[in-house]
Design a protein around this ligand. Structure first.
Ligand SMILES: NC(=O)c1ccc[n+]([C@@H]2O[C@H](COP(=O)([O-])OP(=O)(O)OC[C@H]3O[C@@H](n4cnc5c(N)ncnc54)[C@H](OP(=O)(O)O)[C@@H]3O)[C@@H](O)[C@H]2O)c1
Length: 329
Protein backbone atom coordinates (compact mmCIF):
# COMPACT_ATOMS: atom_id res chain seq x y z
CA UNK A 1 0.00 0.00 0.00
CA UNK A 2 1.12 3.56 -0.71
CA UNK A 3 -0.27 6.67 0.93
CA UNK A 4 -0.83 9.71 -1.27
CA UNK A 5 -1.51 13.20 0.07
CA UNK A 6 -3.53 15.38 -2.30
CA UNK A 7 -3.45 19.16 -1.79
CA UNK A 8 -6.37 20.89 -3.50
CA UNK A 9 -8.18 17.53 -3.59
CA UNK A 10 -11.65 19.02 -3.12
CA UNK A 11 -11.27 21.38 -6.11
CA UNK A 12 -12.27 21.10 -9.76
CA UNK A 13 -8.78 19.81 -10.59
CA UNK A 14 -8.27 17.72 -7.46
CA UNK A 15 -11.49 15.69 -7.62
CA UNK A 16 -10.63 13.89 -10.90
CA UNK A 17 -7.12 13.29 -9.57
CA UNK A 18 -8.50 11.63 -6.44
CA UNK A 19 -11.04 9.68 -8.49
CA UNK A 20 -8.31 8.37 -10.81
CA UNK A 21 -6.00 7.44 -7.91
CA UNK A 22 -8.84 5.76 -6.00
CA UNK A 23 -9.30 3.27 -8.84
CA UNK A 24 -6.01 1.68 -7.74
CA UNK A 25 -6.67 -0.45 -4.62
CA UNK A 26 -3.01 -0.10 -3.61
CA UNK A 27 -3.43 3.55 -2.70
CA UNK A 28 -4.67 5.22 0.45
CA UNK A 29 -5.50 8.86 -0.24
CA UNK A 30 -5.46 11.73 2.24
CA UNK A 31 -6.96 15.14 1.42
CA UNK A 32 -6.54 18.35 3.39
CA UNK A 33 -9.72 20.44 3.44
CA UNK A 34 -10.95 23.40 5.44
CA UNK A 35 -14.48 22.02 5.37
CA UNK A 36 -14.98 18.28 5.79
CA UNK A 37 -18.75 18.75 5.42
CA UNK A 38 -18.68 20.43 1.97
CA UNK A 39 -20.43 18.51 -0.84
CA UNK A 40 -17.13 17.83 -2.63
CA UNK A 41 -15.41 16.64 0.56
CA UNK A 42 -18.35 14.42 1.39
CA UNK A 43 -18.43 13.03 -2.15
CA UNK A 44 -14.73 12.14 -1.92
CA UNK A 45 -15.30 10.10 1.24
CA UNK A 46 -17.55 7.80 -0.81
CA UNK A 47 -14.50 6.74 -2.86
CA UNK A 48 -12.42 3.80 -1.65
CA UNK A 49 -9.57 4.53 0.79
CA UNK A 50 -10.07 8.30 1.00
CA UNK A 51 -9.72 10.14 4.30
CA UNK A 52 -10.08 13.85 5.02
CA UNK A 53 -7.67 15.91 7.11
CA UNK A 54 -9.32 19.05 8.50
CA UNK A 55 -7.27 22.24 8.07
CA UNK A 56 -5.60 24.39 5.47
CA UNK A 57 -2.60 23.20 3.46
CA UNK A 58 -1.03 26.64 3.96
CA UNK A 59 -0.07 25.88 7.56
CA UNK A 60 3.14 24.15 8.66
CA UNK A 61 1.60 22.24 11.60
CA UNK A 62 -1.13 20.83 9.33
CA UNK A 63 1.44 19.93 6.67
CA UNK A 64 3.83 18.25 9.15
CA UNK A 65 1.01 16.12 10.44
CA UNK A 66 -0.34 15.31 6.95
CA UNK A 67 3.11 14.48 5.56
CA UNK A 68 3.97 11.97 8.25
CA UNK A 69 3.46 8.38 7.03
CA UNK A 70 2.95 9.62 3.48
CA UNK A 71 4.74 8.29 0.39
CA UNK A 72 3.61 10.51 -2.48
CA UNK A 73 2.28 14.08 -2.70
CA UNK A 74 0.20 15.73 -5.43
CA UNK A 75 -0.12 19.48 -4.92
CA UNK A 76 -2.36 21.95 -6.68
CA UNK A 77 -1.81 25.13 -4.70
CA UNK A 78 -4.58 27.68 -5.15
CA UNK A 79 -3.17 30.84 -6.71
CA UNK A 80 -6.57 32.51 -6.78
CA UNK A 81 -6.86 32.18 -3.00
CA UNK A 82 -3.22 32.98 -2.24
CA UNK A 83 -1.99 35.53 -4.79
CA UNK A 84 1.27 35.06 -6.69
CA UNK A 85 3.75 35.76 -3.87
CA UNK A 86 2.24 33.27 -1.42
CA UNK A 87 1.75 30.68 -4.16
CA UNK A 88 5.48 30.81 -4.96
CA UNK A 89 6.31 30.59 -1.25
CA UNK A 90 4.06 27.61 -0.57
CA UNK A 91 5.08 25.76 -3.73
CA UNK A 92 8.76 25.91 -2.75
CA UNK A 93 8.07 25.32 0.94
CA UNK A 94 5.98 22.25 0.09
CA UNK A 95 8.92 20.82 -1.83
CA UNK A 96 11.22 21.43 1.16
CA UNK A 97 8.79 19.88 3.63
CA UNK A 98 8.35 16.86 1.38
CA UNK A 99 12.14 16.35 1.34
CA UNK A 100 12.21 16.70 5.13
CA UNK A 101 9.52 14.01 5.47
CA UNK A 102 11.28 11.65 3.03
CA UNK A 103 8.44 11.70 0.53
CA UNK A 104 9.38 9.48 -2.44
CA UNK A 105 7.61 11.45 -5.22
CA UNK A 106 6.37 15.06 -5.36
CA UNK A 107 3.96 15.90 -8.20
CA UNK A 108 3.24 19.57 -8.76
CA UNK A 109 0.32 21.04 -10.70
CA UNK A 110 2.03 23.65 -12.84
CA UNK A 111 0.94 26.34 -15.25
CA UNK A 112 2.74 28.07 -18.08
CA UNK A 113 5.27 30.79 -17.13
CA UNK A 114 3.66 33.32 -19.50
CA UNK A 115 5.99 36.20 -18.63
CA UNK A 116 9.09 34.19 -19.41
CA UNK A 117 7.60 32.79 -22.62
CA UNK A 118 6.74 36.38 -23.62
CA UNK A 119 10.24 37.76 -23.02
CA UNK A 120 8.97 39.47 -19.83
CA UNK A 121 6.87 41.98 -21.75
CA UNK A 122 4.33 43.42 -19.30
CA UNK A 123 1.39 42.48 -21.54
CA UNK A 124 1.95 38.82 -20.62
CA UNK A 125 2.21 39.24 -16.85
CA UNK A 126 -0.33 37.03 -15.11
CA UNK A 127 0.15 36.21 -11.42
CA UNK A 128 -1.68 32.90 -11.37
CA UNK A 129 0.30 31.62 -14.37
CA UNK A 130 3.67 33.13 -13.41
CA UNK A 131 3.43 32.01 -9.76
CA UNK A 132 3.16 28.35 -10.65
CA UNK A 133 5.62 28.86 -13.52
CA UNK A 134 8.27 30.15 -11.10
CA UNK A 135 7.76 27.18 -8.79
CA UNK A 136 8.28 24.90 -11.81
CA UNK A 137 11.60 26.67 -12.49
CA UNK A 138 12.62 25.97 -8.90
CA UNK A 139 11.62 22.30 -9.17
CA UNK A 140 13.45 21.89 -12.46
CA UNK A 141 16.66 22.91 -10.69
CA UNK A 142 16.29 20.14 -8.07
CA UNK A 143 17.85 16.68 -8.24
CA UNK A 144 15.61 13.73 -9.12
CA UNK A 145 16.87 11.65 -6.16
CA UNK A 146 16.30 10.95 -3.29
CA UNK A 147 12.87 12.48 -3.96
CA UNK A 148 11.44 12.18 -7.43
CA UNK A 149 9.58 15.20 -8.79
CA UNK A 150 7.19 15.60 -11.70
CA UNK A 151 5.22 18.53 -13.05
CA UNK A 152 1.89 18.37 -14.84
CA UNK A 153 1.41 21.70 -16.60
CA UNK A 154 -2.15 22.33 -17.68
CA UNK A 155 -4.33 24.99 -19.24
CA UNK A 156 -7.99 26.07 -19.05
CA UNK A 157 -10.38 23.27 -18.16
CA UNK A 158 -12.70 22.08 -20.92
CA UNK A 159 -15.31 21.93 -18.15
CA UNK A 160 -15.07 25.75 -17.99
CA UNK A 161 -17.32 25.63 -21.08
CA UNK A 162 -20.08 25.00 -18.53
CA UNK A 163 -18.98 28.11 -16.65
CA UNK A 164 -17.04 31.23 -17.58
CA UNK A 165 -16.38 30.07 -21.16
CA UNK A 166 -20.01 29.19 -21.90
CA UNK A 167 -21.96 30.87 -24.72
CA UNK A 168 -24.68 33.39 -24.04
CA UNK A 169 -27.59 34.79 -26.11
CA UNK A 170 -26.11 36.94 -28.86
CA UNK A 171 -27.36 40.54 -28.54
CA UNK A 172 -26.34 41.21 -32.17
CA UNK A 173 -28.14 38.17 -33.60
CA UNK A 174 -30.35 38.69 -36.63
CA UNK A 175 -31.92 35.28 -36.02
CA UNK A 176 -33.69 34.14 -32.83
CA UNK A 177 -31.85 31.93 -30.34
CA UNK A 178 -28.34 32.44 -31.68
CA UNK A 179 -25.61 32.10 -29.05
CA UNK A 180 -22.18 33.69 -28.91
CA UNK A 181 -18.88 32.41 -27.57
CA UNK A 182 -17.03 35.64 -26.73
CA UNK A 183 -13.32 35.71 -25.88
CA UNK A 184 -10.37 38.07 -26.44
CA UNK A 185 -8.52 35.42 -28.44
CA UNK A 186 -8.34 36.70 -32.03
CA UNK A 187 -7.57 33.80 -34.37
CA UNK A 188 -5.56 31.86 -31.81
CA UNK A 189 -5.87 28.19 -31.08
CA UNK A 190 -6.11 27.87 -27.32
CA UNK A 191 -5.55 24.62 -25.39
CA UNK A 192 -8.28 23.12 -23.21
CA UNK A 193 -7.92 20.07 -20.98
CA UNK A 194 -10.65 17.59 -20.12
CA UNK A 195 -10.32 17.10 -16.37
CA UNK A 196 -11.05 13.39 -16.28
CA UNK A 197 -7.98 12.85 -18.45
CA UNK A 198 -6.01 15.26 -16.24
CA UNK A 199 -6.66 12.89 -13.33
CA UNK A 200 -5.50 9.92 -15.41
CA UNK A 201 -2.25 11.70 -16.36
CA UNK A 202 -1.53 12.17 -12.66
CA UNK A 203 -2.23 8.49 -11.97
CA UNK A 204 0.18 7.62 -14.81
CA UNK A 205 2.84 9.79 -13.16
CA UNK A 206 2.35 7.97 -9.86
CA UNK A 207 2.34 4.51 -11.43
CA UNK A 208 5.29 5.23 -13.76
CA UNK A 209 7.54 7.14 -11.41
CA UNK A 210 10.76 6.21 -13.23
CA UNK A 211 9.41 7.66 -16.49
CA UNK A 212 7.76 10.71 -14.94
CA UNK A 213 10.71 11.59 -12.68
CA UNK A 214 12.12 14.98 -13.69
CA UNK A 215 9.42 15.42 -16.35
CA UNK A 216 7.28 18.47 -16.99
CA UNK A 217 4.33 17.08 -18.94
CA UNK A 218 2.26 19.75 -20.68
CA UNK A 219 -1.27 18.43 -21.03
CA UNK A 220 -4.30 19.47 -23.06
CA UNK A 221 -7.06 17.74 -24.95
CA UNK A 222 -6.84 19.94 -28.03
CA UNK A 223 -5.71 23.38 -29.14
CA UNK A 224 -9.03 24.86 -30.21
CA UNK A 225 -9.83 27.98 -32.23
CA UNK A 226 -12.98 29.68 -30.92
CA UNK A 227 -14.35 29.83 -34.48
CA UNK A 228 -14.16 26.02 -34.56
CA UNK A 229 -15.50 25.80 -31.03
CA UNK A 230 -18.68 27.67 -32.02
CA UNK A 231 -19.04 25.66 -35.25
CA UNK A 232 -18.52 22.35 -33.43
CA UNK A 233 -21.04 23.35 -30.77
CA UNK A 234 -23.60 24.13 -33.51
CA UNK A 235 -23.00 20.77 -35.21
CA UNK A 236 -23.14 18.75 -31.98
CA UNK A 237 -26.15 20.47 -30.38
CA UNK A 238 -28.07 21.82 -33.36
CA UNK A 239 -28.03 25.24 -31.65
CA UNK A 240 -26.70 28.09 -33.76
CA UNK A 241 -23.62 29.77 -32.27
CA UNK A 242 -20.92 32.15 -33.46
CA UNK A 243 -17.58 33.34 -32.12
CA UNK A 244 -17.10 36.98 -31.22
CA UNK A 245 -13.52 38.17 -30.84
CA UNK A 246 -13.76 40.86 -28.14
CA UNK A 247 -11.24 43.41 -26.94
CA UNK A 248 -9.97 43.14 -23.37
CA UNK A 249 -12.00 46.25 -22.47
CA UNK A 250 -15.16 44.64 -23.86
CA UNK A 251 -14.34 41.43 -22.00
CA UNK A 252 -13.97 43.16 -18.63
CA UNK A 253 -17.10 45.27 -19.26
CA UNK A 254 -19.15 42.12 -19.81
CA UNK A 255 -19.58 41.52 -16.08
CA UNK A 256 -17.45 38.37 -16.12
CA UNK A 257 -15.75 39.66 -12.96
CA UNK A 258 -18.01 41.58 -10.55
CA UNK A 259 -15.13 43.99 -9.77
CA UNK A 260 -12.23 43.81 -12.27
CA UNK A 261 -10.16 46.13 -10.06
CA UNK A 262 -10.35 43.80 -7.02
CA UNK A 263 -7.07 42.12 -6.07
CA UNK A 264 -6.60 38.38 -6.58
CA UNK A 265 -5.64 36.79 -3.27
CA UNK A 266 -6.59 39.92 -1.32
CA UNK A 267 -8.78 37.96 1.09
CA UNK A 268 -5.83 35.86 2.30
CA UNK A 269 -2.91 38.28 1.86
CA UNK A 270 -4.67 41.52 2.82
CA UNK A 271 -5.76 44.04 0.22
CA UNK A 272 -2.76 46.32 0.89
CA UNK A 273 -0.23 43.75 -0.31
CA UNK A 274 1.45 45.65 -3.17
CA UNK A 275 2.41 42.44 -4.98
CA UNK A 276 -1.18 41.42 -5.68
CA UNK A 277 -2.60 41.89 -9.17
CA UNK A 278 -6.10 43.05 -10.05
CA UNK A 279 -8.37 40.72 -11.99
CA UNK A 280 -8.08 43.12 -14.93
CA UNK A 281 -4.27 43.10 -15.03
CA UNK A 282 -3.98 39.39 -14.24
CA UNK A 283 -6.48 38.23 -16.84
CA UNK A 284 -5.17 40.65 -19.47
CA UNK A 285 -1.82 38.86 -19.21
CA UNK A 286 -3.64 35.53 -19.20
CA UNK A 287 -5.60 36.12 -22.42
CA UNK A 288 -2.62 37.77 -24.15
CA UNK A 289 -0.55 34.65 -23.40
CA UNK A 290 -3.11 32.44 -25.17
CA UNK A 291 -3.92 34.96 -27.93
CA UNK A 292 -0.27 35.20 -28.96
CA UNK A 293 0.10 31.40 -28.70
CA UNK A 294 3.17 31.50 -26.50
CA UNK A 295 2.79 27.90 -25.33
CA UNK A 296 3.27 24.54 -27.02
CA UNK A 297 2.35 20.96 -26.25
CA UNK A 298 3.48 17.61 -27.64
CA UNK A 299 0.36 15.62 -28.46
CA UNK A 300 2.44 12.58 -29.50
CA UNK A 301 3.71 12.25 -25.93
CA UNK A 302 0.15 12.57 -24.62
CA UNK A 303 -1.02 9.87 -27.07
CA UNK A 304 1.68 7.55 -25.75
CA UNK A 305 0.88 8.24 -22.09
CA UNK A 306 -2.91 7.98 -22.48
CA UNK A 307 -3.70 6.16 -25.74
CA UNK A 308 -7.45 6.34 -24.97
CA UNK A 309 -7.44 10.02 -24.06
CA UNK A 310 -10.23 12.33 -25.25
CA UNK A 311 -8.84 13.83 -28.49
CA UNK A 312 -11.06 16.81 -29.25
CA UNK A 313 -13.63 19.25 -27.98
CA UNK A 314 -16.10 17.53 -30.32
CA UNK A 315 -15.50 14.17 -28.66
CA UNK A 316 -15.77 15.76 -25.21
CA UNK A 317 -19.07 17.51 -26.07
CA UNK A 318 -20.52 14.16 -27.17
CA UNK A 319 -19.25 12.33 -24.08
CA UNK A 320 -20.64 14.80 -21.54
CA UNK A 321 -23.78 15.81 -23.45
CA UNK A 322 -22.66 19.42 -23.63
CA UNK A 323 -25.51 21.84 -24.28
CA UNK A 324 -23.93 25.20 -23.47
CA UNK A 325 -25.84 25.54 -20.20
CA UNK A 326 -24.51 26.25 -16.73
CA UNK A 327 -23.12 23.49 -14.50
CA UNK A 328 -23.54 20.12 -16.12
CA UNK A 329 -20.85 17.86 -14.80
N1 LIG B 1 -9.88 27.25 -13.73
C1 LIG B 1 -9.02 26.76 -14.61
O1 LIG B 1 -9.34 26.61 -15.84
C2 LIG B 1 -7.64 26.33 -14.15
C3 LIG B 1 -6.85 25.63 -15.04
C4 LIG B 1 -5.58 25.19 -14.64
C5 LIG B 1 -5.14 25.50 -13.37
N2 LIG B 1 -5.92 26.20 -12.51
C6 LIG B 1 -5.36 26.51 -11.18
O2 LIG B 1 -5.98 25.68 -10.22
C7 LIG B 1 -5.95 26.36 -8.95
C8 LIG B 1 -7.35 26.29 -8.37
O3 LIG B 1 -7.73 24.95 -8.27
P1 LIG B 1 -9.14 24.46 -8.79
O4 LIG B 1 -9.32 24.86 -10.18
O5 LIG B 1 -9.30 23.03 -8.43
O6 LIG B 1 -10.10 25.42 -7.92
P2 LIG B 1 -11.41 25.18 -7.08
O7 LIG B 1 -12.31 24.19 -7.73
O8 LIG B 1 -11.94 26.53 -6.78
O9 LIG B 1 -10.86 24.48 -5.75
C9 LIG B 1 -10.26 25.23 -4.82
C10 LIG B 1 -9.38 24.33 -3.91
O10 LIG B 1 -8.56 25.19 -3.15
C11 LIG B 1 -8.90 25.09 -1.76
N3 LIG B 1 -9.02 26.46 -1.24
C12 LIG B 1 -9.81 27.45 -1.71
N4 LIG B 1 -9.61 28.59 -1.00
C13 LIG B 1 -8.69 28.29 -0.06
C14 LIG B 1 -8.09 29.04 0.98
N5 LIG B 1 -8.39 30.33 1.18
N6 LIG B 1 -7.19 28.43 1.76
C15 LIG B 1 -6.89 27.13 1.57
N7 LIG B 1 -7.42 26.36 0.60
C16 LIG B 1 -8.31 26.93 -0.21
C17 LIG B 1 -10.21 24.32 -1.69
O11 LIG B 1 -10.15 23.51 -0.53
P3 LIG B 1 -11.26 23.46 0.64
O12 LIG B 1 -11.80 22.06 0.61
O13 LIG B 1 -10.46 23.75 1.85
O14 LIG B 1 -12.31 24.49 0.32
C18 LIG B 1 -10.18 23.49 -2.97
O15 LIG B 1 -9.49 22.29 -2.76
C19 LIG B 1 -5.48 27.77 -9.21
O16 LIG B 1 -4.14 27.88 -8.79
C20 LIG B 1 -5.61 27.92 -10.72
O17 LIG B 1 -4.64 28.81 -11.23
C21 LIG B 1 -7.17 26.59 -12.86
Amino acid sequence: MKTILVIGGTGAQGIPVVKALATNPEYTIKIITRDTTSPSAQYLTTLPSVTLIPGTPYSEPTLHSALSNTDIVFANTNGFALGEKAEIYWGIRLYELCRQHAISHFIYAGLEYGSKLGNFLPKYRCGHLDGKGKVVQFLSAQPTEPMKWSVITSCMYMEALWEFLRPYPDPDADEPGRLVFAAPLGEARCPLICLEDYGRYVRWMVENAEQSNGLELHVATEDVSWEELAATFSEVTGKRAVYKDVTLDEYFSSGIFPDPEAKIGGKEAGRDDATLMSYRDNFSGFWNTWKDQLTQRDYLIMDRVLPDRVRSVREWMGLVGYDGGIGGC
